[in-house]
Design a protein around this ligand. Structure first.
Ligand code: SF4
Length: 211
């Protein structure tokens, strides 16, 4: 078993199933993935609450831009994000809002297509595809890169280098990728922070703790 798999297993045994992503439908994952850009999830939750249980593709497209901006204001960058939400919703509507039509496309094609949508970068695209549509695509964020460098693992520098490294070292399994990303984020908030808390860390023995 490779080092990355051992790290995953250690974190999974320690923290268990964290039940990510907190959404009931693929569309909610899409909206959350846009709203969480550059802000904490607690702010996303405040914005989502303002939809009063009425969050649907038709409503997002029908809402005047100013009204949509007021609803999502708690998530910050609301002018940009309102435009991104409309754009990603239009993309979803182009598939009749039918997840099975999206899931039937090859991953590389659908990822390339999603990256053309306004406001969708690598991390947002991979979050949507992994958590919304069960594609086996690894999500990388700042936590991931910082965490791996502390061992150190030679993951590379760019988003795609880190992603390709992880995907080449792990079984290509959407469930595993989903759990692993959640575990990394959780672990980096709990322990592997900027100022790391190594004492008692489940990975203490195998990590060189490079700061
Ligand atoms: S031992 Fe320290 S640096 Fe290594 S993973 Fe744990 S908290 Fe992070």
């Amino acid at each position: 078993m490779g080092e990355l798999q051992k790290i995953y297993q250690t974190l999974y045994i320690h923290y268990g199933d964290l039940d990510w992503w907190p959404a009931d439908t693929p569309f909610e994952v899409m909206v959350g993935a846009i709203l969480t850009q550059n802000t904490a999830w607690t702010n996303v939750e405040k914005a989502l609450k303002q939809f009063d249980g009425n969050l649907s593709p038709r409503r997002i497209l029908a809402l005047p831009m100013k009204e949509l901006q007021e609803i999502i204001r708690p998530a910050g960058f609301f002018r940009q994000k309102s435009q991104y939400l409309k754009a990603v919703t239009e993309w979803f509507m182009s598939y009749d809002c039918a997840p099975h039509l999206i899931k039937s496309r090859p991953l590389s094609d659908i990822r390339t297509e999603l990256l053309q949508v306004r406001g969708v970068g690598n991390e947002t695209a991979d979050s949507i595809l992994l958590y919304g549509f069960d594609f086996p695509t690894f999500v990388v964020d700042a936590y991931t890169t910082r965490f791996f460098r502390r061992f150190p693992l030679d993951v590379g520098k760019t988003y795609m280098e880190v992603k390709n490294f992880c995907e080449s070292e792990l079984p290509r399994d959407a469930e595993l990728f989903g759990h692993f990303h959640a575990l990394i984020v959780h672990h980096c908030k709990e322990r592997c922070k900027k100022k790391m808390v190594c004492r008692g860390c489940p990975l203490e023995q195998r990590c060189e703790k490079i700061s």
